[in-house]
Structure formats: structure tokens, C-alpha cells
Design a binder for this molecule. Structure first.
Ligand SMILES: [Fe+2]
Length: 267
């Protein structure tokens, strides 16, 4: 079964499960799994050192959230990305005691390239401009880093930033899937099913299947998240936008919460 839409769901609402034999002893919360090809994404904590050889046949993507891991003999600290192709001779991973990682396995027999450890500090930021013409300014901007992109499938892994006060007023959809795990900051969204406002805090997760409607979004203090895009179409991605009813009302209520913060004494 294709993966269902998930938006702004807190980490603790994903139960700890037996995600895979090689993760025995870890606490894995599976965010989403494709029942047909077996690809899945998870938050994994290691209560003690856990070592395994990642099985051949799938890509393996890991972002260290806290603590450290060892990947093919190299020490990898927090906020570092690790990529392993479906076939490579060395596939040794150790999650060290106390570490936590975002963990994603790819679709079967997709992926290419070489094993890589990528420090986001070595990748430049890019400004990404939306074509939504319904925003007050006529545009909306995210700042992104693509840590890795597949040359053929275009599957990617990156970091996305919204600056303080950034507001994207549209509902959007596109023929590529979005996956999001939030790291820092605040974010207001509308639930794509109920239309109710959702405060997506650090640790919350989203999977937006092809053509599913999602957003708008607003961050008062700024936000940072990691993202993956999957299931790219052949050729150019088609984007769609429409107005979001009630967004301005929900946004005003959300902004009002921040006005209750007591000023710093002396200022
Ligand atoms: Fe999107």
C-alpha cells in the first residue's frame, strides 16, 4: 500500500516497534513504510552500542540527531549525513550508546553512487522561490541545502530553513512526494485532512504523497527541518497552488500567543 499522508505528528505518537532484525536492541519509531517495496523511515535511539551490516539491495540514509555513530570505520558526529548505495562492499554501522538518528531505507534496487559522509557545513545554502501567486508578496522563499541528490531518480536529502516571520499562505501539491522531520523552531500548519491548525514542534514528522494537498505554513521564531523528496516524475515537476480558507484567522490566533511573552526586564 502506498504511504498515507501524515502531517505534523509528534514523535511520541509513533510507537516503538521491531523495525528490522539488524536493529534488534534499538528503540525504533517507524514514521512511514511502503508495504509493497519495504522502504521505511524511522527515528532510532540506541540504548547501548548497536552494530550491524546494512543489508544490500537498498539505499541507506542516516542523519545523526545526537551522539555519534561509526560508519565504515569513520566516526560521525551529530548533524552529519551518511549515505550508502544499494551495493557496496563495506556496510558496517555502529550506533553508539545514547545516539539518536533519522534513519531511512530506500526502495528496493534504486539508488546509485558511492558511500558518503556529508557535513552540511560544506554545502552552500540555496534560495528557493515558490511560484505561488496567492501570497501577499506574490512569492515565498525557503532556504535549502541539498546534501545529496540522485542524478537519475532525483531522490534527494536536504535541510530546509524558514526565517522568523516567514509565511507561506497557499495550499500546494506536486507530483513528487515530500518527507519532513523537524529539528528546531516553531511551525504552524493546517492539517491536510481536517483543516485544523497544527503546531508542528521539533521531532514532528510529515509524509506528503504525490499530489496530496498540504500547507500553508508560518514560523514565528524560524524553523529548521530535514527533508527528502521521492517518487519523482519523468520530466519537470508539476506544482499546483490554491487559497487556504481560514488561514488568516488561524494565523492571527497563533501570532497572538507570542505577544504574551513577558519582556526582558530592563528593556
Ligand atoms: Fe510540498
Amino acid at each position: 500500500m502506498a504511504r498515507e499522508i501524515i502531517e505534523g505528528r509528534p514523535l511520541v505518537e509513533f510507537p516503538i516497534v521491531d523495525a528490522a532484525d539488524y536493529l534488534a536492541g534499538a528503540n525504533a519509531r517507524v514514521f512511514t513504510q511502503d508495504d509493497v517495496d519495504g522502504a521505511f523511515s524511522a527515528y532510532v535511539e540506541a540504548p547501548q552500542d548497536i552494530s550491524f551490516n546494512f543489508p544490500e539491495g537498498r539505499t541507506f540514509e542516516l542523519f545523526v540527531l545526537s551522539g555519534a555513530v561509526t560508519a565504515n570505520g569513520a566516526e560521525v558526529g551529530s548533524n552529519i549525513f551518511v549515505y550508502m548505495p544499494p551495493k557496496s562492499p563495506r556496510r558496517a554501522i555502529t550506533l553508539h550508546a545514547g545516539s539518536a538518528v533519522f534513519f531511512a531505507t530506500g526502495e528496493k534496487d534504486t539508488g546509485s553512487g558511492e558511500f558518503a559522509i556529508i557535513d552540511p557545513d560544506t554545502i552552500p545554502w540555496q534560495v528557493r522561490t515558490s511560484e505561488c501567486a496567492l501570497t501577499a508578496t506574490g512569492t515565498s522563499v525557503n532556504i535549502v541545502k541539498h546534501l545529496r541528490s540522485e542524478p537519475d531518480s532525483r531522490n534527494n536529502f536536504g535541510i530546509d530553513v524558514m526565517w522568523p516571520g516567514s509565511n507561506f499562505e497557499c495550499t500546494e501539491w506536486h507530483d513528487v512526494a515530500d518527507e519532513i522531520f523537524r529539528l528546531r523552531g516553531d511551525l504552524l500548519l493546517l492539517d491536510p485532512i481536517t483543516g485544523h491548525p497544527v503546531e508542528a514542534k521539533p521531532g514532528s514528522y510529515a509524509w506528503r504523497p504525490l499530489d496530496s494537498r498540504h500547507l500553508p505554513k508560518y514560523s514565528h521564531t524560524g524553523s529548521v527541518q530535514i527533508f527528502r523528496n521521492r517518487e519523482w516524475p519523468v520530466g519537470k515537476v508539476t506544482m499546483g497552488y490554491t487559497e487556504a480558507p481560514d488561514w488568516s484567522r488561524h494565523l492571527a490566533a497563533y501570532k497572538a500567543k507570542f505577544k504574551t511573552i513577558d519582556p526582558i526586564p530592563g528593556l
